[in-house]
Design a protein around this ligand. Sequence first.
Ligand code: PGA
Length: 253
Amino acid sequence: MAETVIRPVIAGNWKMNLGPSEARAFCERFAQTHEPHADRTVLLFPPAIAFSAVADALAARRDIRLGVQDIHWETKGAFTGAISAAMARDAGAGFALVGHSERRHVFGETDEETGLKVAAAFDAGLVPVLCVGEKIDERRAGQVEAVILRQLEAGLARLAEDRIARILIAYEPVWAIGTGETATPDDAAAAHGTLRTWLRQRINGAADAIPILYGGSVKPDNAAELLAAPDVDGVLVGGASLDPVSFATIADS
Ligand code: PGA
């Protein structure tokens, strides 16, 4: 089944938070607080161990779509602790984050590996959300464009044009993640514009339909202004997605 994605996309990345019981409680409260909207896509990325609990708790809410936070590029085998894209699909995931900055900078994931994971996601019927973003020293050195385009190019390296047209991208400047420091709407628009221009050169007009999400300290009080910035087609929310009421406020922005 192909995933249709209506912009804006409001995505919550729980990271290593909310095990099955807390996840069930979140879903109950979120479902009460957040009404379905036909004009946006709401996406949750629970930890793999809580995925089935979330899928069960939200079974009646087809408007809330689910993904996993990471996948391995191999289909099966001796990779202790990892999950494959096909397993995630079998559990009900439609999406997979790939190349989140914590995967890159805490776990040492390389550009090459993100390319393998993006391709593996599509092979299994998942839509990848490829994350890119510069570190603070790279921003200070004037390397924002070079870094995010290098990550974008590597992430898409194994894809034909029809798959590129179906991907989601998240621009997440590393210095803004979990720090309370947010990129300004202008900073976000500039980076998103850089990504969009590259995508247009690669796949022409189809690039305009690719959702480019902003992530990095998105909160209920700054979500609307970020979503109003040019080329910002959604938000990827970490900390503020852990509270059902604050995530519902962002999802209604
Ligand atoms: P944050 O995380 O909203 O807590 O900054 C965003 C992310 O890492 O996706």
